[in-house]
Design a protein around this ligand. Sequence first.
Ligand code: GSH
Length: 266
Amino acid sequence: MLKLYHANTSVCSQKVRIALAEIGLGYDSVLLNLQQGDQFAPAYTALNPNAVVPTLIDDDLVLLESSLIAEYLDKTYNDSRLMPDDPRQEARVRLWLLRCLAVHAAINTLSFSTFMRDKAFETKSPEEIEAGIARMPDPIMRNKRRDLFAHGLGSDHVEQALRHLHRAFADMSADIGAGTWVSGPAFGLADIGLVAYVDRLDRLGFAGLWEDDFPAVGTWLAAMQARPSYATAIEAFIPEQQAHSQRAGGGKHWPALQDRWNEIRA
Ligand SMILES: N[C@@H](CCC(=O)N[C@@H](CS)C(=O)NCC(=O)O)C(=O)O
């Protein structure tokens, strides 16, 4: 039996749950509370030294990195049906899986410079916030988190994130073309890789990032949200009240974010 260490609203966990649902695989679930610091427990970091979710266990194999886990599941349990046969299209899908790292960094930036920052300030003392950051094993991530908490949307990381997203949305639109999916003519791993990130922006009330310039991204997101896997792998893990507070909490930052976005678009 597969065993998944994951968290309710973590985008990378959502990605793996979508892959599991699309392939039709069951799993033993171990839910971690990231706000309480479950990811730093020694028993967990022995599996995942990065102290992040997800981690998938398949028998004696420990798998890290959400995009690679999705690809492994497709190859091992699904005859690679979510990967195009054509090597050229496969190369494009693999590039998206690699780009997910940068897309994830951008979503992390926009989450922790807005909604997550406000939430941390509301619920924790400065000492508690710093103690949480100090436990992160990666010094670059620690510095980034401190900078986002100090400067919010004024952080330099925000410009980097927006520039990356602008290019990603343009390339997604080109790959969708006249079709429906980023992966090619058929739904596949690039779509699974990207949905949780774009959905997070949507949930934060940031759909203005694509509505005017990249409407194909909005149409693609709606198609992804209509799939049964979205309901079981994403929606079912986000209580209504949390969804509401995410949208309200993110939405109030939209005017300031839009100003920064307009500088990038210009
Ligand atoms: N590249 C990794 C990123 C994993 C990651 O950063 N996960 C986040 C949640 S989406 C996490 O566990 N964060 C823990 C923390 O911020 O302390 C992957 O795709 O699996």
